[in-house]
Design a protein around this ligand. Sequence first.
Ligand SMILES: Cc1cc2nc3c(=O)[nH]c(=O)nc-3n(C[C@H](O)[C@H](O)[C@H](O)COP(=O)(O)OP(=O)(O)OC[C@H]3O[C@@H](n4cnc5c(N)ncnc54)[C@H](O)[C@@H]3O)c2cc1C
Length: 667
Amino acid sequence: MEKILIIGGVAAGATAAAKARRLSPEAQITMLEAGPDISFANCGLPYYIAGDIDSRSKLILQSPESFDEQYGVKVFTNTQVIAINKEEHVVKAKNSQNGSEQNFEYTKLILAQGGLPLQPDIPGAKADHVFSLWTLNDMDKIDNHLKNNAPKTAVVVGGGFIGLEMVEALVKRGLKVHVVEKMQHVMSIMEAETAGFITRELKAFGVGVHTETAVTKIDSNSVELDNGKKLDADMVLLSIGVRPTLQLAKDAGLAIGEAGGLLVNDKLQTSDTDIFAAGDMVEIEHRVNGKKVRIPLAGPANRQGRIAAENALGGQHSYKGAIGTSVVRVFEAVAGTTGLSLKQALATGMNADAVVVHKEHHTAYYPGAETVSVMVIYDKETGVVLGGQTAGYKGADKRLDVLATAAATKLTVSELADIDFAYSPPIGTANDAMNMAAYVAENKMSGYGPSILVSELDAYLESKQQVIVLDVRDVFAHQKSKLNGAYHLPLEMLQPNIERIPKDVPILIYDETGKKGHQAVRTLLGAGCKEVINISGGHTSLQRHAAAAGFKNFSMTLLPIEKKSTQEKVLEETETNKNVSTEELERLVIDVRTKGEFMSGAFPNALNIPLDDMMSGQVDLGDNMDREIIVYCASGARSAYAQQVLMSKGFTNVKNGGGISAMMSRY
Ligand SMILES: Cc1cc2nc3c(=O)[nH]c(=O)nc-3n(C[C@H](O)[C@H](O)[C@H](O)COP(=O)(O)OP(=O)(O)OC[C@H]3O[C@@H](n4cnc5c(N)ncnc54)[C@H](O)[C@@H]3O)c2cc1C
């Protein structure tokens, strides 16, 4: 009879035990866990501290008793394995409560020991008000500290996903929080512009973000940074990474791999044929480039646990590798990454490139549309998707999963472009952001739509003697924030001014998202300009990159960050039609865009009457039917409609001013 012995009882271990039982009703299955709990939801710990999960017991998915009852698996908690005797097929374990030692025999052993948070070697790191979060016990300590000591300020050391989830949790518990990150930006595994989206969200919620700096000392109410700053900190949360738990395996003479994890083959078998391993402690192949990596995440741990169990029972299931899909929600913002980042792909010598699009997550006309951002990273020659990143308030997770599927199955951008994604107005758009990203990548590969990433701009500018930067957005957008030194020429004005544009000087174009920028590129290339390049993702990407990493070779005005609160959303009082009397005005200019669009900038003294209000008759424009009325909108389409509506009401002198840029240049 097989004796399956599992060391570690959380994600990989508990999954392996349950799978082993499903595969073999007769095997003897035993699970040894050093801690007091098995199968708890460590990913849920920050949300309990935040108050999002109201009951601690919801985090405990199984108890030793329920596991035995449900699966017939004998579970020993508080039982730490201290030695493995490979030859005898026996492990020795020590009970942490009574100190007793016990031997357990196995025919097949599965190691699922996970990892532990790294502890920095800085003065004060062991003080009582300094925590890390890994177990239910850690969570209780933090929760008790918050309840009993009512700290007002906190510093979170490390801006990775656990660190940021804890930032949110502590803000929700009413603390003023700072996050300190040694790398250039938080979420260092992401590209700067993706991280910039998260950075802006953190700042919106009042979080102090300190990057490219490290904590050098922890005092009772503050921490010191290596840049000389001192931050108030009634409590400190350390979250600087995870190291695999390997001592036992090393002592047993099991091979360690090049990425610093326990070496396993594709059957998740260690260098000893009767010992399998899964989860945070192992190194596995990256599914995209085949390199050895450690990807300490719950998804891979669960899948590896299943496969290790299957193979321990004689199966031949090959693990295909992990792709590193990880996603974080920070307050309301969601960002994720999958496959290789561009940095990683280039660093491993791949011929990689990337494009970015920002598009509404569902149709713009259906209420509640939010921008979702997609970066697709692909091989320049073959177009095979290598990875990608997404960001947004809504819909970022869905696109990330599509990118993960594309990268895992080695789809090309052209294949991605042709996929039909779920669409109805409240759900998506007929041309999803994924399709758009794939089109843009195809256009870049073919040379039809040359573009450059914001992360490449500094190097590009350094490589050129002279570059013209052209902002083709409307005047209000340009006034609010721009690349300093950029010329402003709204897209509608490009054709009329085409002769004035030098043809031999390289031109960089940007608009709001990259879409109109592409149109401008085509116009200028068509007019004979030799080198015209669109800034991928436009001003949105520029803003985000500037927020996370800044630029060396130029400056830009950053858009103000709207303050948000976890208590209630702070809404600015707005009056859209301040002090405008329709009777007083000789010439009436009506902006028929929505209130939101109007507030982002409008023609001087324009009256805002959204087209819907105009059509439903909710407007009084007085009795002077012959007065001059000019209507305008964003593109000229809604205003054409408005013109018809007003004329049908009897106004005789109604002109369509067109889009906002045309309006500004005409009047
Ligand atoms: C706060 C937090 C939030 C997270 N959020 C996410 C998330 O959102 N998404 C995501 O994908 N991942 C997340 N993770 C990571 C995820 O939880 C881990 O990748 C996953 O738990 C790894 O599973 P594992 O079984 O390999 O290791 P673990 O879950 O760490 O379990 C290993 C177990 O082995 C036991 N053990 C070790 N040595 C011995 C020994 N000698 N004898 C007996 N027992 C031993 C340990 O006590 C431990 O309980 C999060 C982790 C934490 C801590």
